[in-house]
Design a protein around this ligand. Structure first.
Ligand code: C5P
Length: 233
């Protein structure tokens, strides 16, 4: 079955609120992202339950630790039935390789995505960490490292998706947050793109939060975006 490119983040403080939203959408319409807030509140049981309901689950815990610890965490995530998970590329080559190897033999291998530079870090903040080359160059360096270590793709803004594809090939996935509908509010996001522009720029999967979760009719909003951007095999 063709898959929606849309990933809706379940940015809710409680399981009850998350489940209220989930009850309004179907696995064909979107994948679901479980991040640190909900995972810490609701735990792995929610993740496996969503997977058992047929949802593709992106477990957004951004692992960053010593290689053995990250490898075991990735294996545990794969055992929950997640479809996609992520690690910080700045954990380094040994950590990235260990993560990839840990999930290689699992029954349904999740996609392994790298976080490069957090969008909350600007050039001065990076300099304070001893990184002089600037956010754009550092993100490109870390994407290259992730590709080299056999990861499946990176999280990046739609504005960077084209550069990621031309540097690392069409098969290297670009997962893009910062999506806004043409008529919607930008909220706190700065580098935003519409769903259509993001896909044109090379985005494979679009993380779309408030534009969907705060819509009067999330189901209708999802259907309309899915129609305009198409699915991914
Ligand atoms: O509501 P909105 O569409 O801005 O939600 C975007 C989601 O993507 C949130 O879960 C946010 O944490 C996540 N995200 C982001 N920017 C990044 C990485 C992740 O907005 N660089």
């Amino acid at each position: 079955m063709p898959n929606s490119r849309i990933i809706v983040p379940l940015d809710y403080p409680t399981q009850r609120l998350a489940e209220e939203f989930v009850a309004r959408v179907s696995p064909q319409e979107c994948a679901l992202k479980v991040g640190k807030e909900l995972f810490t509140a609701a735990g792995p049981a929610l993740v496996s339950r969503l997977a058992a309901q047929g949802f593709r689950v992106f477990l957004d815990l951004k692992y960053h630790d010593i290689p053995n610890t990250v490898a075991q965490a990735c294996k545990a995530a794969a055992d929950l039935g997640v479809w996609m998970l992520n690690v910080h590329a700045s954990g380094g080559r040994a950590m990235l390789t260990a993560a990839r190897e840990a999930i290689a033999g699992t029954a349904q291998r999740p996609l392994l995505i790298a976080v490069t530079v957090l969008t909350s870090l600007d050039d001065p903040a990076l300099r304070e960490l001893g990184i002089a080359e600037g956010a754009a160059a550092h993100a490109a360096r870390l994407a290259g490292l992730a590709r080299d270590c056999g990861l499946d793709g990176v999280v990046c803004s739609a504005w960077e998706a084209g550069a990621v594809k031309s540097a690392h090939g069409a098969g290297f996935l670009a997962v893009t947050p910062g999506i806004r509908l043409a008529e919607g509010s930008a909220h706190d996001q700065a580098r935003v793109a519409t769903p259509e522009a993001a896909v044109r720029a090379g985005a494979d999967y679009l993380v779309i939060g408030r534009a969907i979760t705060q819509a009067a009719d999330p189901h209708a909003t999802l259907a309309s975006i899915n129609n305009s951007i198409g699915t991914r095999a």
